[in-house]
Structure formats: C-alpha cells, structure tokens
Design a binder for this molecule. Structure first.
Ligand code: NZQ
Ligand code: ZN
Length: 387
C-alpha cells in the first residue's frame, strides 16, 4: 500500500432541484458575481435564468462563449472583465470546459503577468477568485477537482493548471441538467470517465480497496451509458453517470496505488491541441491501442483481472489470453456507444505526431512511470496504431 494525500474541500450538492439552494450557498461571498457559461446550452435550457434568480439582489455580470477545449484568448477577456468590475466570486454553469475556463479566470485575475504563464508553472498561482460550479455534463470531474485544461491555438498547446485553492467551493449536481446532452457528448463523457478510471487502475501496484472502487466505477459507466443513450431523460442513468464523473479525477480512485502519469490523457491532450477534437472521443480511440501496447508478460495479470471482474471472462492459466480478450471487449464497448474507432474518422492525420510526442515528453508527467514505461517510440506507436 503506497502512502497518499487526499484533500477534497468541495461541498457536493447532489440531486434534482438543488439549484434552489445556490442563493444560500453563496451568501457572504460578496456582492459582485460573474456567471460564466459556454456556447448557449444553458440559455436554451433555462438554467441560466434559474441561476440568476438565485443571485437576485447581487450585482450580476455574465460571460458566455467559453468554448469546448477552452481557449486562453477568450479567458483573457473574462480576466479583464473581473478586474474591471471587481468581481468577488464566480458561478460556472456548464461542462468541464466552462469549469476549467473559470479556474483559469480565477487564477489569472490576481496574477500580474499573462495567465498562460500559469500553464507552465502553477506555483505562480497565488490568490484566486472563489467560485461555485453548476455541472451540466457528466465527464471530466472538474466540479470536484482543482485542475483545469486550457488550449492555446496560437501555439497548438493544451496544458493544465492546478492549485490547492482552485477547487470549487461548492458544486451543484442535478442529473436533470444532463437530459439535454446530445448522444455524442454523452458517449464522449462516458469514455472520459472510463479513461480516468483506467489511468488509475492500470498501474504496477494496486490494492483491493481501490481496485474495487475502480471496478465499481467501470461497471457503473458500462451499465448506464447505453441506458442514457437510449433514454436521455432516464434520471437513474444520468444520476449514476454524474456521480461517477465527479469522483474520477479527484484522487479518490488512486489511493494507496502506484501513482500514474495518465499516459492516455497526455497523448490525447496533444491531439486536441492540434485538432480541437472532443477529449472523450480521442480517449475512446487511443485507450484500446494504449492497452495493447502496454500488454506484456509483466502487465498481463492486471489486464486479466480487469477482464475477469468487469466482463466476467473465464479464468485462463495464461493471463495473456484473458488480457487480450478484455482489451478487445473494451474496444467493442467504445464502438457500441457510438465512439469512433480511428482518429482519422475525426479528421486527424499523422502530420504532427512527431510534434505531439516531443511536446508530451517535455510538458506532461514523466511517462517512464507508466504501467509499461513509454518513450517517444512508444507514443508514436500508439498514435500510428490509433490513426
Ligand atoms: O458550450 P455549451 O453550449 O454549454 O455546449 C456544450 C459543449 O458544446 C455541450 N453541453 C454541455 N452541457 C450540456 C450541453 N449540451 C446540451 N445540454 C447540456 N446539459 O457539450 C459540449 C461539450 O462541453 P464541454 O464542457 O467541452 O465537455 P466536457 O465536460 O467533456 O469538458 C471537456 C474539457 O474538459 C477537459 C478536457 O480536456 C476538455 O477540454 N478535462 C478537464 C479535466 C479536469 N478539469 O479535471 C479532466 C479531463 O480529463 C479533461 O482533460
Ligand atoms: Zn479526461
């Protein structure tokens, strides 16, 4: 059992209609509030109006237009607005991109330089603007963690910022808000949750307790994603997915395990940086190829355990047999929920694979700590197999 820290200060407020408590939750945080949101789904659904109702009596400002794979140029404008209007706190209403973008705004307001610097060095993050989140898409876990992923189309980079004071103060999770999420984003979100779990499950040393939590997460997502796709307004299915998403990235799944450098995420962020593809869809393609590349005599027993416990595969004295079957079943699952099997289906070409490999090695966690240690050649092998 490895030593670990777990720090989870966000107050999770889960359930239908809990938005009615937002006014009470923000009380005492100041009088000038900025609501941040994305391309308009929350305007259409009426959620923005409900949030504003809760903030009645305060000086309310709005900043919409935060893109999927949020762009630093857009966020710089919001930082300026916060400074000009002396914003006391923010309410992020949307999916992971809006919440991540809000974390960048929160960190950028009191930083004297350009907020993009913080992606290279999060230790520069000092005072932050406090913020709340109202989640509308089950995927990233950004509502319950302290990191954000921001894109810079000018440099073709997508990088993370993180700080102990970038947790939302409270996050409202009402599964009914996810009823309107289109099939593509429902499936991509589910793929993202699965990937967060795989990244923490497939490490050298696990333990029974956290193995079981990861397996419960995987079973939940594999059971309820097809239900949510078939019946978008099925409350139980949306609720299970929302719950699973929130605990994917907060560190809970990795307690006592060998720390993981999240190789699939490192590689996928590079693809999104160059091509702006949907994060979860990129992961759905890469993951089975990363698994195949990572399968060796040494890693086979854990892949076999996954196959037996998740897909009910029969025990085979040769773990390679079960492991290979489990990886095939994983790829089949992603395809069954409508995710692509190849990067080229999303318009990705091999043109920048070399740049991606160099960049991930320079700016991501050291990939020699991966389940099977990854070098440049390995990254290129996975990218080419995924094409
Ligand atoms: O912009 P709007 O109009 O709101 O539409 C969004 C967007 O087009 C739409 N949507 C969201 N909720 C909806 C809805 N449409 C209808 N009804 C609703 N209730 O869905 C589209 C995608 O939204 P986005 O926020 O981009 O999706 P997601 O939550 O998957 O976030 C993806 C981003 O998060 C990063 C990814 O890299 C990517 O940039 N990640 C953040 C992490 C974190 N902070 O811990 C970890 C993840 O691994 C991930 O890297
Ligand atoms: Zn992810």
């Amino acid at each position: 059992m490895q030593p670990f820290d777990l720090y989870l200060p966000t107050h999770t407020v889960f359930g239908k209609g809990r938005i009615e408590e937002l006014g009470k939750l923000v009380a005492g945080r100041g009088s000038r509030v900025l609501i941040t949101y994305g391309g308009g789904s929350v305007v259409k659904s009426g959620l923005l109006a409900d949030v504003k109702k809760q903030l009645a009596g305060l000086e309310v400002f709005e900043f919409g237009g935060i893109e999927p794979n949020p762009k630093i140029g857009t966020l710089r404008k919001a930082i300026e607005l916060c400074r000009k209007e002396k914003i006391d706190f923010m309410v992020a209403v949307g999916g992971g991109s809006v919440i991540d973008g809000t974390k960048c705004i929160a960190a950028g307001v009191y930083y004297e330089g350009d907020a993009w610097d913080l992606m290279y060095d999060s230790s520069k993050i000092g005072r932050t603007v406090p913020f709340f989140a109202v989640l509308t898409l089950a995927a990233t876990g950004s509502d319950y963690d302290n990191s954000g992923v921001i894109s810079n189309p000018e440099t073709n980079e997508k990088l993370c910022l993180a700080a102990p004071n970038l947790f939302p103060i409270a996050s409202i999770l009402d599964p009914t808000y996810t009823f309107t999420v289109p099939a593509w984003h429902t499936a991509a979100g589910a793929s993202d949750i699965l990937s967060h779990t795989f990244e923490q499950y497939f490490v050298a040393e696990g333990n029974e307790f956290s193995d079981s939590m990861c397996e419960g997460m995987i079973r939940t997502v594999m059971k309820y994603t097809p239900v949510a796709l078939k019946e978008p307004e099925n409350y139980e299915a949306r609720a299970e997915l929302m719950l699973a998403s929130s605990f994917g990235c907060c560190g809970l799944l990795s307690i006592g395990r060998t720390p993981s450098p999240w190789p699939c995420h490192g590689i996928e962020h590079e693809i999104s940086a160059w091509t702006d593809i949907t994060h979860g869809a990129g992961l759905a393609v890469i993951t089975p190829h990363w698994m195949r590349w990572s399968l060796t005599e040494k890693t086979a027993p854990r892949f076999a355990q996954y196959g037996e416990r998740i897909f009910g595969l029969a025990h085979n004295d040769d773990p390679m047999v079960t492991a290979n079957a489990a990886i095939d079943r994983t790829a089949q699952f992603f395809r069954s929920i409508g995710m692509p099997a190849k990067l080229s289906e999303m318009g990705v070409t091999a043109e920048h694979f070399g740049d991606m490999a160099d960049h991930v090695l320079a700016h991501w966690f050291p990939l020699d700590g991966a389940f099977r240690p990854l070098d440049r050649e390995g990254i290129l092998a996975i990218l080419n197999a995924s094409l």
